[in-house]
Ligand binder design. Sequence first.
Ligand code: AMP
Length: 546
Amino acid sequence: MNKQVSEESQNLNQKDSNDFKFEDLLEVNDPNLKILGKGSYGEVKLYKHAETNILYAVKIISKDFIRKHSSISIILREIRVHKELKHPNIIQLIKYFEDSEKVYIVLEYASKGSLFRIIRGQKGLDESKAWHYFSQTCLGMKYLHDNEIIHRDLKPENIIIDKNNQVKICDFGWCVQSNEVRTTFCGTMDYMAPEMLLGEGHSFQVDLWALGILLYELLHGYAPFRAVKDAEKRQQILNNELSFATGTSSLAKDLIQRLIKTNPKDRINLNKILAHPWIAKFAITHDLEKGCLLKHPQFDIGEIIDVTGLVCKVKFRDLTAMIAIPDALDMEYIEEQPRVSVSEIENEVFGRLEKWCKTPVVSRKKLQDIHIPKLDLSSLSPEKIIRKRKGSIEFFEEIVERSTYHKENGEARSPEKGHPEKRKQEHAVNKPSAKIDHFGGIFENNEYEVLQKKRLNKAKKFESRIKGNFRLPGENLKRNVYTEESTNFQNVFDVTSKIDISEEALESKVAQLNGYRRTLEASNRDRVIKKKDTSFWGSLFGCLDR
Ligand code: AMP
């Protein structure tokens, strides 16, 4: 290589921290492999590292070409944007070099060539195979759009496939990093969106249109607007003359139609594409589900609040983000599912209290001997709390009812003294006008109604008393409240009042819980586990190897 290095290249090379030199790479001489692709700019050739034998694809661009087409800024922009991109579905830019004649962009090598080559001559792929290429392309595109990059030239020639059958989006020559509306006319006619053709200004939605065309082509073997002459094709695009081959599934059609929309604003975005039922139809099962906690490298800990298709909605402290499933699976996550919720503990407490109530006073244990389980807030799932709340309140009322029964009717009428069914029968014979409640209590005249009313009031009173006592981790239930022996049920509620089951309190509980989650420290981090080694796509698509 010529050692004469321009000022521009010095700038580029200074920023590059990679340590191998271009001289360390050897051109592969196999005539079948030597040239991987050709473009008007030059060629993409296969090289290998002399020591490691790692293969690289090197895009070689002649400076003459750059000068003639006044495209220095375009090449620099391509390199600048591309070198920052790191995603399994984006071809990795490893290094870049130049000499006086050429620019060399060293890329990771994708041995199966372009998607164009794979689908060429086929009458369309079956849907699961099309899904494989399309969904990965969408994941790569989501990464670009999340980073405010518009590709602007998405087509099968720019989607290459590596040895693991993994999709790699390449060619960032036309990409722009901005969310401003652009006016440069670029791309390839077959994949060009109407707003680009009309020069009306375009943005991210041109890529969404191209994705619609891509899915159509994957399933049909040809792009939807097929006129031979450009002027006619242009008209077909502007008229949105879309027709499907028989046998195209209605879900696939629906997805394509949601993308090939004349008005860019009507096209669904990548998050919606990844959650579309056609994508969900072929998506594999995975461990991620609602309630899982993820540790995002940037946003810290968040909770999955929805999972659909290949995307999940995650709530972080300051924002809610849509995260692609493979990316989420790559994050550290808290593997253990919440084991118990507050409500479960409530139920447990009530269960024990209920048992205590049923025990005749003489043989009752001291209240302090009733073990109250410890609250473990790190294992809470707000969803579970909401779901179980109703059950808890009912349980609560039942306890109140029973306690009232014991208190007001004494041991003699306790259900434990004689089988209720037997007593009911006896009573029915002796006093046909009396009522029997479900604990076996017998009531004359309006006694029963009066008692029921009292029970209800009491239940309500207790319910209103137990507001606002939610406790954060570390503050266990105060057991000393009931160290004195007592048959007064009120005391039991003094204890249980530390657990709040009112609606507002539950809401604030959930809010506090979310706040707490954000500050999960050492204790939870112990349980944070690293992802397994196998890559998502590797394990998923190994079986699809052609
Ligand atoms: P490009 O100019 O980036 O669109 O590349 C032109 C063609 O070269 C592509 O369609 C591929 O067939 C091939 N190609 C480009 N980059 C690579 C790569 N990293 N690995 C293998 N083939 C590549």
